[in-house]
Design a protein around this ligand. Structure first.
Ligand code: ADP
Length: 398
């Protein structure tokens, strides 16, 4: 029983083909530079070397056609007919307040995702292009949407309403939505499994730290608060996004430098964060190296990030009353021993104590707290594609 998972960006498309019998990944790949010169597809059949094919890929339909051709390829493919693909799961970034769960896609769902475009103007249109192209190419195959925002729909109102006139919530649906929901869901479930307890009995702070980052309070298996919000800028310092700031500083800068909203938005999304503070770049590895070599602004960026993570862990422990585990995931969370060490400094007050030698682990599941730490600190590589594949199988394949 094979399920294809598609994650469509505006100029790229990632895919993974799962055999759901054992949840094995049969093949995966990436189409890059869709609609831009130099487009290509990178395809990997599990156990084989990556193959790169340059091709003209003017739009998402051509991109998906190429993906299907690669999957069918007699030498390096993994299926012999498209009928083997029982269903397709799509990552959709924004489901607004309408979707608290994944759904089989029909016209009503397409319309609702379209309605959410103003909330995610960069992501939802790209996701929709992928869905529509797939529906055209495989009209008989069920398609499922799995939303980044859905997991956070359980937040209580006091966690998602902002302290601005209430009309903005009622009329314009301005509220905290949160993102990376599929990742937080996966690692929180996995943490409960590693603790040997039902998810309903476990409180976890999940730290998804990548280029984009968010921290979530998962109480009894459901999200009760999260650090990203209406948009993808708040919370901890990110690659190029600023994290929590005082909103009045934007007004001050806009007035002082006579900037329009678009320019200010560019500063907050693209010129800030680790990149903006360090002056080195957005890749944490470069910044860690510079900090080790004595670069003060690199060290400051690193400290800003880790201080933010530490504050959120404390805040979410307070929000939930008790925590059983802290989980680190995504590129930085899974790999940066420095960030984990700095973020977990002086956490004995919470019953969490990091084991320095165990913290050396990178990119694989591990408990990195001391044996006597009441709160377990864990590294859990995220697997959003697997969650999408599982939901797709459950909803679309009887
Ligand atoms: P995205 O949000 O784009 O999916 P990722 O989850 O891949 O991002 O995370 C990318 C970040 O992870 C980058 O800042 C990168 O520097 C960082 N990272 C990856 N490997 C390491 C490592 N070994 N040490 C420190 N940081 C790392």
């Amino acid at each position: 029983m094979k399920v294809l998972v598609i994650n469509c960006g505006s100029s790229s498309l990632k895919y993974q083909l799962f055999d759901m019998k054992n949840e094995d990944v049969l093949a995966k790949g990436l189409v890059e530079r869709i609609g831009i010169e130099g487009s290509r597809i990178k395809h990997v059949k599990t156990g084989e070397q990556e193959r790169v094919k340059e091709a003209e890929i003017p739009d998402h339909k051509v991109a998906i056609k190429l993906v299907l051709d690669c999957l069918l390829d007699c030498g390096h493919g993994v299926i012999s007919s498209l009928e083997e693909l029982r269903a397709v799961g799509h990552r959709v970034v924004h489901g607004g307040e309408k979707f608290a769960h994944s759904v089989v896609i029909d016209q009503e769902v397409l319309d609702a995702v379209e309605e959410c475009v103003p909330l995610a103007p960069l992501h939802n249109p790209a996701n929709l292009m992928g869905v529509r192209a797939m529906m055209e190419l495989m009209p008989e195959t069920p398609q499922v949407a799995v939303f980044d925002t859905a997991f956070h729909q359980t937040m209580p109102k006091h966690a998602y309403v902002y302290g601005i006139p209430y009309d903005y919530y009622e009329k314009d649906r301005i509220r905290r939505y949160g993102f990376h929901g599929t990742s937080h869901y996966y690692v929180a479930r996995r943490a409960a499994e590693l603790l040997g307890k039902p998810a309903e009995d476990v409180n976890v702070v999940t730290c998804h730290l990548g280029n984009g980052s968010s921290i979530t309070a998962v109480k009894g298996g459901v999200s009760v608060d999260t650090s990203l919000g209406f948009g993808t800028v708040p919370g901890v310092l990110m690659g190029t996004r600023c994290g929590d700031i005082d909103p009045t500083l934007m007004l001050y800068i806009m007035e002082k430098d006579n900037l329009d909203a678009k320019t200010m938005s560019h500063i907050l999304h693209k010129e800030s964060g680790i990149h903006g503070v360090s002056g080195i770049g957005s890749d944490l590895r470069d910044v860690e190296e510079a900090a080790e070599n004595g670069n003060e602004r690199a060290a400051l960026a690193l400290n800003l990030l880790c201080y933010g993570v530490r504050k959120y862990i404390g805040a979410y422990a307070a929000a939930m009353g008790r925590i059983d585990a802290i989980v680190f995931t995504a590129g930085i969370g899974e790999n940066s021993t420095t960030v984990r060490a700095l973020a977990c400094e002086d956490m004995e007050y919470l019953g969490a104590s990091l084991d320095k030698s165990k913290n050396g682990v990178r990119g694989k599941e591990a408990v990195i707290s001391t044996d006597d730490s009441d709160v377990k600190i864990m590294v859990i590589p995220t697997n959003e594609e697997l969650v999408i594949a599982r939901d797709t199988k459950e909803l679309a394949i009887s």
